[in-house]
Design a protein around this ligand. Structure first.
Ligand code: LMR
Length: 396
């Protein structure tokens, strides 16, 4: 019966990894899928994670299901990491949360929950947004619309246009915001802009939906929660999808959190029962392993310190790589000022070059990144940066 379905083109991000693997060029450069890489191009297990694995191996006595909500140490640790030690919402018991299979799992179950509230819910996503936001939210049945976000010509955020668009959405609409390290542009909102959005959410009555997948990769672990915390402190209801793939390097373990900040404790109980029922209907129980590692790391002071230092090191290295790329491009006398790359945050930058040039870089220079011109900064290293800058200069 499946012959009636059309065969689909490869995923725009994951398909790049497959194409890169097949490329025989010894000089190929992979700036595609968003995974952190070290100077050798490897994605090693963090030392704090390796240590937590040893502790878990010694202490785990059963493989029976964990609870449907997830590991309590993981959930409380993550909520504190996201909302802070003195969060009024946490102190007032207004936060429903479940451990989810990755940030994607969290996005999907929150999408299904929104459908239960209102099957006609409209969700506004930034133009552009992470490619996988579209199926994760759209396939649940939500109606997706875009708000202006990034101007390629000036490589900056179109904040006035964004606000103008969001001021006209309907009460009850949902606005998806990237908590930090915007994927794909690397262009983040300022503190003042987050405050404006919080005010607008109250005025218009839209629900902020924060996706935070790179906490610690922008300005710092605490600093990167500014937008989320500003919304939670000022708006009655906020929903959050968080991922531990990047900042804990736990990609394949699928560790994430879905949280619903409610206006009161009674609503929290309703939301908690509903989100667990959504998860039960999709995958039943959360996987245990990755969440158990995060629980150990967040709740063991020495390991927590070690993890913070490892996140700091990854972030600082990516900042250095940005500067190195900008300097190498300038040394090639390219006819474009790429210094905006230094102001962008996290793992990604938009080079703001047209898709035809991106495709030429792939076919003629074995440089792989997404057609939108999004590059994974962590794929750059001292060995490939000059060749990369030369290839970009020649293609332009
Ligand atoms: C990315 O944006 O490259 C990562 O989030 C990986 C993915 O699943 O797309």
């Amino acid at each position: 019966m499946f012959e009636t379905l059309p065969a689909l083109a490869p995923d725009p991000i994951l398909g790049l990894s497959a194409a890169y693997k097949q490329d025989p060029s010894p000089y190929k450069i992979d700036l595609g899928v968003g995974v952190y890489k070290d100077e050798q191009g490897n994605t090693p297990i963090l030392d704090s994670v390796a240590e937590a694995q040893k502790i878990l191996l010694q202490s785990e006595t059963s493989k029976v299901y964990i609870t449907p909500q997830g590991n309590p140490g993981f959930i409380n640790g993550m909520l504190t990491l996201l909302l802070g030690n003195n969060s009024a919402a946490l102190n007032d018991s207004r936060v429903a949360a479940v451990q989810a299979p990755g940030g994607c799992g969290a996005l999907r179950i929150l999408a299904e929950l929104l459908m239960r509230v209102n099957s006609k819910t409209k969700v506004w996503v930034s133009d552009p947004t992470w490619a996988n936001h579209i199926p994760l939210l759209g396939d649940a049945g939500l109606e997706l619309h875009t708000y202006p976000y990034f101007d390629k010509a000036s490589a900056s955020i179109k904040f006035d246009e964004m606000m103008d668009c969001l001021s006209k959405v309907n009460a009850g609409d949902v606005v998806l915001l990237h908590g930090c390290c915007h994927n794909p542009t690397g262009a983040d909102l300022t503190k003042e802009q987050w405050q404006e959005i919080a005010k607008l959410a109250n005025k218009v009555g839209f629900l902020p939906f924060v996706d935070t997948a790179y906490q610690g990769f922008g300005d710092g672990i605490d600093e990167d929660t500014y937008g989320l915390r500003t919304l939670v402190e000022n708006v009655d209801e906020v929903i959050v999808a968080a991922s531990c793939s990047k900042n804990f390097g736990l990609y394949r373990e699928r560790v994430g959190l879905a949280a619903i900040i409610c206006k009161d404790e009674k609503t929290k109980s309703i939301a908690q029962s509903q989100i667990q029922s959504v998860a039960r209907g999709i995958y039943s129980m959360p996987p245990s392993y990755g969440g158990a590692l995060v629980d150990i790391i967040l709740n063991t002071p020495t390991l927590n310190q070690q993890w913070i230092a490892e996140v700091d090191a990854m972030r600082n290295r990516m900042t250095d790589l940005r500067a190195m790329l900008v300097n190498n491009l300038a040394a090639q006398n390219v006819d474009k000022d790429f210094s905006f790359i230094n102001t962008q945050k996290g793992m990604f930058s938009f080079l703001c070059i047209p898709p035809e040039q991106v495709q030429l870089l792939r076919s003629d220079h074995a440089v792989y990144f997404v057609d939108s011109s999004r590059v994974n900064i962590a794929g750059i290293n001292h060995n490939n940066v000059e060749a990369l800058a030369k290839a970009i200069a020649q293609t332009m």
